[in-house]
Design a protein around this ligand. Structure first.
Ligand code: HEM
Length: 134
């Protein structure tokens, strides 16, 4: 907990291959899987709020993959640790979050190299978000 290992952002080809719509689709799938998971209680209950959460997250992912800075435009500076602070994120919760992403990533059909590039990024950066022992 509290560890902040160095982060490497995904290669540019990830966005090139998937496109903005492909990233939004992947993020949507990630959220839908989380809604069925052990960490569903962390996320908005109403469909409208849930869809808006998908939008915020996909804005961020497009931006981090080298696309337009939609997240900054709509939400301001990322400050991801602060934004996650209101939620209890445990090491186990992180594993669930990552497991849902693993599934969503495989379903993109991208090459293993591209999937690994995105995975490296989320695997490391998600450790930054852990803020509770259990
Ligand atoms: C460690 C596992 C993580 C958990 C359990 C988690 C959980 C959450 C929760 C509960 C929210 C608020 C609801 C929502 O708007 O979706 C949120 C927001 C968000 N998360 Fe995470 N998160 C994790 C890791 C990450 C990582 C690694 C990233 C980025 C690479 C990320 C990006 C975001 C973004 C962009 C938002 C929206 C912030 C905003 O409202 O402006 N999260 N996350």
């Amino acid at each position: 907990m509290g560890e902040r290992p160095d982060v490497t952002i995904p290669v540019r080809d990830f966005l090139k291959q998937l496109g903005e719509e492909g990233i939004r689709k992947m993020v949507s799938r990630h959220y839908d899987l989380m809604r069925l998971s052990d960490i569903k209680h962390l996320f908005p209950e109403s469909d409208e709020d849930f869809e808006n959460a998908k939008l915020r997250s996909s804005d961020f992912m497009i931006q981090i993959c080298g696309g337009p800075d939609y997240f900054n435009q709509h939400r301001g500076k990322p400050m991801m640790i602060n934004r996650h602070a209101p939620f209890k994120i445990t090491p186990q919760g992180r594993i669930v979050w990552l497991t849902c992403y693993r599934q969503a990533l495989i379903e993109t059909g991208l090459t293993e190299t591209l999937i690994c590039s995105f995975w490296e990024y989320i695997n490391v950066f998600s450790a930054w978000m852990v803020n509770a022992e259990q």
